[in-house]
Ligand binder design. Sequence first.
Ligand code: FAD
Length: 500
Amino acid sequence: MIVDDQYYDVIIVGTGAGGGTLARKLAPTGKKILILERGEFLAKESSEVQGSELFKKEQFHAPEQWYDENGEPFYPQTNYGVGGNTKIYSGVLMRMRERDFETVQHQNGISPEWGLKYSDFEPYYSEAEQLYQVRGKSGGDPTEPLHSKDYLFPEVAHESHIQAVCDGLSEQGLHPAYLPLGLGDQGRTDSEDTGVTPALKFENVTLKTSAQVVSLHTNPAGTVVKAVQAKIGGESYLFLGDIVVLSCGAINSAALLLRSRNEKHPNGIANRSDQVGRNLMKQQLSVVVQLMADANSGLFQRTVSVNDFYWGDKDYAYPMGHVQNSGGILQDVIFTEAPPILSLLSRVLPDFGLRQLATRSLGWWLQTEDLPNPNNRVRYVGEKLHLDFTPSNVEAHDRLVYRWIDVLKKVEASQPSVFNRTAHPRSDMPVAVVAHQCGTCRFGEDPQTSVLDLNCRAHEVENLYVVDSSFFPSSSSVSPGLTVIANALRVGEHLIDQMK
Ligand SMILES: Cc1cc2nc3c(=O)[nH]c(=O)nc-3n(C[C@H](O)[C@H](O)[C@H](O)COP(=O)(O)OP(=O)(O)OC[C@H]3O[C@@H](n4cnc5c(N)ncnc54)[C@H](O)[C@@H]3O)c2cc1C
């Protein structure tokens, strides 16, 4: 084992939405910061790449196998590289709704209250939107929470055929709004360009890539993490630091804590409560596809957000979820679980080529809140990482899908020249789609029921923090990225105070 001869004030593990943002926040403090990232820099074009080649190679599935609860292996759809999953995300940066922080009754159970409220997160949402150059327009969405600062950057306009669809939605009394998007001059803003690269301009910040953290080592009393062990180029290194912050993604941070068990933490670090790895949530996601009469660009057109069913509707008293459009479906599915939707489409439309499909289709993503369930969990069987996962809120999600197909049929009936076929193949996401993973180390005030305190510090370990999506007590139905970013800014402020 090689012991690094440096001593760091802060060691950050992972460079995704949480870790990359935190690095940027802490960099100006002058404190000595080490960032350990298991992946490498991605070639620039790969976050913009188009075409069918990409999904065939499963490029954005990690080159390692995890196992489902039946022991079936799968390649998880998660990206190991500088910027983490923000290198492959869609840049939809939405705030959770005020009620998402409260106890909400769903048909299949309770979405628990957060220990902090929307008003606690609000200033950091504003800071996050500014940092990630979020483009949006307030006022069109009845569920939208209060913004103390309006969007600094104007919304991305709908393409003309999308505008026609929005007009059809408005005619039905719905409220299509502009989707908030993180978009800079170079395309989607991500935590490499917005977080890591600016942080590295400070000479007190060091990044080591291809550095996979494999274990945390505590002092004999188990109260402090003394060293972080990483595998770099076949060698084992130990890095020493005052504060250790994990941001490996909800599944991998929990896995790292579980793997690091020692005499004082026999069930894994910070796991006296047996909560580490539990309550894994990943939202119910479906894609519904419409077919257009005329070809469109098939490119980036994800601009519509519809939340009319977010809290339910007159026929269903429980929350259903969020709807957003996407571009031509091929452009979009390359970043998700392409094979199921493509095989469905090829059955419905045997005469459609891939390119034609991209330019003749309009995809809709439907997202429903997943409820925390302690049996949905990350666990190790020997060296194998297992995800036990049974989806929750299935009826609410099905209802959202059926409602949405009804809405689309009405739009199509009123605009026959825009749509020439009414097929709505739907694809649900298998366990490998962990894009919206969260909740494996939830924060709270009670050490019996939470892993982290409200500053995202482990209850049991003085200098250990987690700032990825694991802290979520509930998943909400909006995309998680902006909340992860805002929370990293919030925890960053706390750490700056601590280090003064
Ligand atoms: C295809 C796709 C589309 C998405 N679209 C959106 C969207 O439009 N809007 C939205 O809000 N969210 C979206 N998401 C989700 C969003 O990307 C995540 O919520 C967000 O990136 C989570 O941030 P994080 O910091 O928790 O983890 P990640 O971004 O996953 O970062 C984790 C980092 O830790 C590194 N790492 C892991 N293990 C180790 C280890 N042992 N040692 C060292 N480094 C390690 C990884 O390489 C990675 O860089 C999408 C996700 C995917 C996959």
